[in-house]
Design a protein around this ligand. Structure first.
Ligand code: UD1
Ligand code: UDP
Length: 366
């Protein structure tokens, strides 16, 4: 008898990182794969699903403009109750540390449905950074039955929290599966850029940076653009109004600074491949860029992804005006410093993570 596996996605990074798992599970004769989109994100989720050819079976269409965490959580829990009641899956898979993940884990716990947590065990050990994601993944980690840890470090984090070794499977991060599936294709950038100029690619959206820290990031970007007229900057802006309004206020109108809507996944990978340097607070970008040999300055004080920092290809600069300006300028001016960071390493995976996740479920269910 086939087993019903419900794969849940809410936001852009969940859709990207769950896609390889969904596609691999669909090849399994024993699995009846169902996809639930909470649609915590709307446009950014649809962009990714279209690219990977994933058509959700259920769509909660939950997103509201500038949604608050408490109401988002409450609305999700109510909707999930109905879905789990109707679907009665044998297992549910979630990915990462969003509000979708935390609420699905809780709802499944109440319905006594086992959860597989993809990208388990990432920790900063600081509940305020990243906020609210550290709490979301700790809660999901407490409730999960299978912990698909991307690295040995994340496995160690889970062991420290008392998760039984037998429930942890080190798989690599599925973000690298998705990246390898995509980077091999003929990619188009979709944004007009000057091929003779170096490109600095920027993304930023973290909630703990809202307000003054994000303004400080924008001021630093403004200074860098003014001081480096021969370099072009590209920033696909996250649609959260706390980000978008400030980014346009500080950065619109600079001749060498392009602000644009979020790029589709494949054009964004093309932009990363084209970039000289990447400034970001994104988790996924921190994982992808080292695999493409691109140095990253992380616009955060802490990271749950220390592996690339330890290898010297990613550096934390915080949302700190002086450090961002100084470190970015150094990488633009000093070729030796740049080359030391522009090494292709892939501490987060080998492209086989989805297969390892599916193997675990196959051995359990088939
Ligand atoms: C969420 C996740 C964060 C993840 C990020 C990836 C939580 C609490 N946060 O943050 O962990 O890193 O997604 O991008 O789960 N919006 C749109 N269109 C979209 C998507 C978002 O307009 O397609 C706007 C809406 O106004 C929405 C707002 O962005 O209310 C915030 O979305 P939300 O999912 O609550 O938080 P993010 O900041 O996107
Ligand atoms: N990404 C994208 N278009 C963009 C910016 C990012 O497709 O304009 C992809 C990127 O390749 C990565 C993922 O989105 O795989 C990261 O998502 P995000 O930064 O929103 O969330 P985080 O990883 O911080 O949770």
């Amino acid at each position: 008898m086939s087993k019903k596996i419900l794969c849940v996605i809410g936001t852009r990074p969940e859709a990207i990182k769950m896609a390889p798992v969904i596609l691999a599970l669909k090849q399994e004769p024993w699995a009846n794969v169902r996809v639930l989109a909470t649609a915590q994100h709307r446009h950014m989720l649809d962009q990714v699903n279209e690219f990977f050819g994933i058509d959700p079976d259920i769509d909660l269409n939950i997103m509201r403009p500038n949604q608050a965490l408490t109401t988002l959580t409450a609305r999700l829990l109510l909707e999930l109750d109905d879905v789990l009641q109707a679907e009665r899956p044998d297992a549910v898979l979630v990915q990462g540390d969003t509000t979708t993940v935390m609420t699905v884990a809780l709802a499944c716990f109440y319905h006594r449905i086992p959860i597989g947590h993809v990208e388990a065990g990432l920790r900063t050990w600081d509940m305020q950074n990243p906020f609210p994601e550290e709490a979301n993944r700790v809660i999901a980690g407490k409730l999960a039955r299978w912990h698909f840890a991307p690295t040995e470090g994340s496995r160690q984090n889970l062991l420290k929290e008392g998760v039984p070794d037998s429930e942890i499977i080190v798989t690599g991060n599925t973000v690298i599966d998705a990246l390898l599936m995509t980077a091999a294709k003929d990619l188009e950038l979709a944004v007009p850029l000057d091929p003779t100029k170096r490109l600095v690619l920027v993304t930023s959206h973290r909630r703990e940076n809202f307000g003054e820290p994000f303004r400080s990031i924008c001021r630093a970007l403004h200074t860098l653009a003014e001081n480096n007229a021969e370099v072009q900057f590209l920033y696909p802006v996250h649609p959260n109004p706390n980000v978008k309004d400030v980014a346009y206020e500080f950065l619109a109108g600079l001749p060498n600074f392009t602000l644009c809507e979020p790029l589709d996944y494949a054009p964004f990978i093309a932009a990363m491949k084209r970039a000289y340097l990447i400034l970001t607070d994104s988790g996924g970008v921190q994982e992808e860029a080292p695999a493409l040999g691109k140095p990253v300055l992380v616009l955060r004080d802490e990271t749950e992804r220390p592996e690339a920092v330890e290898q010297g290809v990613v550096k934390l600069v915080g949302p700190n005006y002086e450090r961002i300006v100084e470190e970015a300028q150094r990488l633009l001016d000093d070729e030796t410093a740049y080359k030391a960071m522009a090494r292709g390493v892939s501490p987060y995976g080998d492209g086989q993570a989805a297969e390892r996740i599916v193997k675990t479920l196959r051995e359990h269910f088939a």
